[in-house]
Ligand binder design. Sequence first.
Ligand code: SAH
Length: 289
Amino acid sequence: MELGPTKTIGGWVSASEGATGFARLDAEPFPAFEPGWVWLVGAGPGAPGLMSLLCYHALQTCDVVVYDALVNPDILRWVKLGAELEYAGKRGGKPSPTQKDITLRLIDLARAGKRVLRLKGGDPFMFGRGGEECQHLAGAAIPFRIIPGITAGIGGLAYAGMPATHRDTNHSVIFLTGHDATGNMPANVNWAAIARASPVIVMYMAVKHLGEIATALMDGGRLADDPVTILSNASMPHQQVAETTLGEAEAFVAANDPPTPAIVVVGHAADWRSLLDWYKGPLRENPIG
Ligand code: SAH
């Protein structure tokens, strides 16, 4: 059945009759971005087209964007003209602002009555310290909204033809980080349990300690020939995929120095790539995704 312009969807009467494409978004009942609010928004893994409509709306209505190093600068092309841009990542050798500096800045901007868009790569609550930032905002009585994003460990994998779950491969998946707040391999992870718990393990920030991690997983019972896929710059035209095994991973990283950011996937999700790897050739030339 075709929906005509007078029909309603989910109770909303479409206000965009006649408008098409992005113009119709202007008439849609997006939530108002009120002055003094912070919106904590996930931009997705890289390709601008992977941002959500709420992220787009936030870019179009904010006063200031405070963005991280992982946010693809191309996404900032979509910001409303005249909005301020503040970079909160590491810049050329200088130390990066601490998490505390960033949080205090968000609070100051909100108290000054700005509509503050805090933009993070992927999903803000997935290894993105979004929880910590919101804790402080809540503590300072700053109102906030959270807009999830497509995380690199799921959406990035899709761009490499790797389903995070597949009924023939894995009924569960584990997400973990390869380093803790001190930059070391996380000590409070039960590697032996992880090794046995799920056929597929998706690791963020894991290239640096991959040798130690691989050893810990093999000590926990994973096979040395378990596939390891290193997915760099996922969803970007310069995306790279490297394939090795747990037994070879340390030597592979030492010899090839894979570009970062990279997701490391342990397990047979890799097997699907021969059939499902679709992001190649001219498809990579599109700047949106
Ligand atoms: N909040 C982010 C993760 C932040 S932690 C998310 O949900 O995706 C930073 C790590 O994310 C990087 O070290 C890398 O492991 C991973 N990452 C982020 N973007 C990536 C990309 N485009 N390609 C590969 N890995 C990426």
